[in-house]
Design a binder for this molecule. Structure first.
Ligand SMILES: Cc1cc2nc3c(=O)[nH]c(=O)nc-3n(C[C@H](O)[C@H](O)[C@H](O)COP(=O)(O)OP(=O)(O)OC[C@H]3O[C@@H](n4cnc5c(N)ncnc54)[C@H](O)[C@@H]3O)c2cc1C
Ligand SMILES: *[C@@H]1O[C@H](CO)[C@@H](O)[C@H](O)[C@H]1NC(C)=O
Ligand SMILES: *[C@@H]1O[C@H](CO)[C@@H](O)[C@H](O)[C@H]1NC(C)=O
Ligand SMILES: *[C@@H]1O[C@H](CO)[C@@H](O)[C@H](O)[C@H]1NC(C)=O
Ligand SMILES: *[C@@H]1O[C@H](CO)[C@@H](O)[C@H](O)[C@H]1NC(C)=O
Length: 588
């Protein structure tokens, strides 16, 4: 008992230490993320990884060399040269945030075309509400440049570090059902894209695709397989103010409330803490510009965080996993989520202090954040919490959107599972719960097909691929209920392999996309094993081997896919009988 108490206390202390230390740091210094590309000599013989330093299958991707064009002209020359030599190519970005292997070129000798130096703002026109940027511009830069001209990108992902090319490529979004919805690609007015071509056309071709061009629905969300987008023109809005506050409710009516909340509040989202039976509704709307307030969002989870604190928090969770201390996780989760809410998540009312809700401020200061990428280097004293160079966060992320008509049933299924095994959800709560964001039906062939909610579930991943997780059967069942029972569409830039098994069949216009791909890149120079697999052109999205279900590389069909030697066996789900999950069978 006293041992348990000590453990609780130490985990509480470390969580608080983390939150406290994050507050103390005034985010003037950080350690910006590592370059995802490493080459043995300057720009040749390279490897590429993602910002977490690990792909779902833990493999390493290689490339023959990397090129850093700084103009469209250089870009065209590069594509022409590679196309003449029939080399495989792939676009890479400054931080490479996508979890799956979207960024790996099709062969060991492939070419990486980095957009690091394609980062200029080309045109800002407040009279037309348009802005043109090169594709490597980050969301942070885009928001700032637009704001200087009195304009706002109405909806966006919450993290500054994404590039315009990368977020379009993977269909990234914020939360809204209003206007054209929360996906950034809905605000593209025109873009330019460079693709391979025949010798007669000089081996590369640049196309300008306008809003009404029939190809727009393919190039807006392209997974990078159509060529390199060089520049993008976005339609913006006049700057406006928002006011946000949080409403805490028990989750007994979450299923029905979630289906209407998004219509009631333009920027609303919901964080769900299943074990605590609570849902946190972000009530967030436009307000008149004369409402006073100069709030700012500097989300704690995206701040430079002391690496010492990161290591302590990680060690605590590793210990809790090793000894099966779900109570410890639950207590820490409750403290963490309550602490985050009452201290304002990193919002401040005036740019300095949090004095309470509502937070009122200009949209550009509230819509996204990420001070851990933009502060001068302090040599890894602090870092983004998931920086792979230090011991810190290491997680799986399961993210899918479910159509509004099915959201209630999905939530009720998860609640049934929760009632059977409430503590199974504490690990998810440690990552601020299940984040629910609104996405709207849109026209791109690989975009959302129905209005829905995107469920973002982040949970512990072991450094040891063969180590099962605490209550992993329950979270695996949630994953399979969402993806298979309710046909959830996976986020292209997140998820574990199993989410993409047969995914292309879920898109009614997949063939239209493939036709455009054949037209733009008939030799598939921008395609890779991974892109062929998710587009259904090649088998092998799931990798079947011992322990594969632990990492989400497969859905288990036999015990060896779990960890029988550690007591985890492949069994049916408890609410969704068709699910197959790795269940711990106790000997007593
Ligand atoms: C901390 C964090 C927060 C996040 N928050 C959100 C969120 O709020 N909402 C959300 O939807 N997602 C979110 N994501 C996921 C994110 O949307 C994707 O990881 C993101 O879209 C990738 O952007 P990137 O610039 O890093 O591109 P990468 O991951 O490097 O590239 C993505 C794909 O696009 C292709 N590509 C990139 N540039 C071009 C180009 N110029 N031409 C053609 N193809 C190109 C690449 O080849 C690759 O296939 C988050 C990720 C992280 C790490
Ligand atoms: C390429 O780099 C790897 C290490 O990443 C090294 O082992 C190998 O020898 C290098 N090959 C060449 C040809 O330089
Ligand atoms: C573009 O990127 C380069 C290389 O990282 C950097 O030196 C430069 O300041 C960036 N320019 C802008 C406008 O952000
Ligand atoms: C949940 O809250 C509602 C009111 O918001 C209340 O009527 C209901 O009794 C509560 N349920 C539980 C289980 O606490
Ligand atoms: C704020 O502006 C609105 C119109 O946009 C007006 O109706 C309202 O009276 C104004 N309020 C104050 C306090 O000035």
């Amino acid at each position: 008992m006293s041992l348990m108490m000590t453990r609780y206390k130490s985990s509480l202390t470390t969580r608080w230490l983390l939150i406290f230390m994050s507050f103390m740091i005034t985010s003037t210094y950080s350690s910006p993320p590592d370059d995802p590309i490493k080459c043995s000599s300057q720009t040749t013989n390279c490897t590429i990884t993602n910002s977490y330093g690990m792909f779902p299958d833990r493999s390493i991707c290689r490339a023959g060399n990397v090129a850093y064009p700084s103009s469209e002209k250089e870009l065209i020359a590069l594509v022409a040269d590679a196309s003449m030599k029939r080399r495989k190519m792939k676009v890479s970005t400054r931080y490479s945030h996508s979890i799956p292997k979207l960024v790996c070129p099709g062969g060991q000798e492939g070419l990486l075309i980095s957009t690091n130096y394609l980062n200029k703002t080309l045109m800002v026109d407040p009279s037309k509400m348009l802005m043109t940027v090169e594709t490597g511009v980050t969301l942070k830069e885009l928001i700032e440049q637009a704001a200087k001209a009195g304009m706002a990108l109405p909806y966006a992902p919450y993290w500054w570090g994404l590039t315009v090319g990368g977020l379009l490529g993977s269909g990234a979004h914020g939360s809204s059902l209003w206007g054209k919805g929360s996906s950034v690609h809905e605000y593209v007015e025109e873009l330019r894209i460079v693709s391979p071509a025949e010798a007669s056309e000089g081996f590369a071709k640049i196309r300008t695709i306008g809003r009404n061009d029939p190809d727009m629905d393919a190039v807006k969300v392209s997974l990078g397989v159509l060529g390199v987008i060089s520049q993008v023109t976005l339609r913006l809005q006049p700057m406006f103010k928002r006011s946000l506050s949080y409403l805490v409710r028990n989750d007994s009516d979450l299923g029905s409330l979630a289906t209407t909340f998004g219509n009631d509040h333009e920027f609303g989202d919901i964080s769900w803490y299943p074990n605590q039976k609570l849902a946190l509704y972000r009530v967030d709307d436009r307000v008149s510009s004369n409402v006073s307030g100069n709030g700012i969002n500097d989300f704690i989870g995206f701040r430079p965080t002391p690496t010492l604190a990161l290591a302590l928090v990680r060690s605590t969770e590793e210990t809790q996993e090793a000894v099966g201390d779900d109570n410890g996780k639950c207590i820490t989760a409750k403290i963490t989520t309550t602490g985050l809410r009452t201290t304002g998540f990193g919002y401040s009312n005036n740019g300095i202090l949090f004095t309470g809700y509502p937070i009122v401020g200009n949209h550009n200061r509230l819509q996204a954040s990420g001070s851990c990428i933009s502060s001068p280097n302090d040599g890894l004293l602090t870092a983004c919490p998931w920086d792979a160079r230090v011991k810190g966060q290491f997680f799986h992320q399961t993210t899918f959107s479910i159509s509004l008509s099915k959201v209630k049933s999905f939530i009720e299924d998860v609640q049934k599972l929760r009632d059977l095994e409430p503590k199974a959800f504490c690990g998810v709560e440690l990552n601020n719960g299940i984040l629910m964001r609104y996405v709207k039906a849109s026209s791109p062939y690989l975009g959302k097909q129905e209005d829905g909610i995107d469920f973002d579930i982040t949970y512990y991943r072991s450094k040891d691929a063969s180590a099962p997780r605490l209550h992993e059967d329950i979270i695996e069942e949630v994953e399979q209920i969402g993806l298979f029972k309710y046909g959830g569409l996976p986020h292209w830039a997140k998820n574990r392999n199993l989410a993409f098994d047969g995914v292309v069949k879920k898109f009614v216009n997949a063939n239209a996309f493939l036709q455009v791909k054949d037209k733009y890149d008939p030799k598939g120079l921008f395609s890779s094993e991974w892109s062929d697999q998710i587009l259904g052109l090649q088998k092998g999205v799931t990798i079947v081997k011992d322990g594969c279900a632990l990492e989400g590389l497969c859905v288990c069909s036999q015990d060896s896919h779990c960890a029988p030697n550690k007591g985890y066996f492949c069994r049916p789900g408890r609410v969704y009988k068709e699910a197959r999950v790795c269940t711990r069978l106790r000997s007593n």
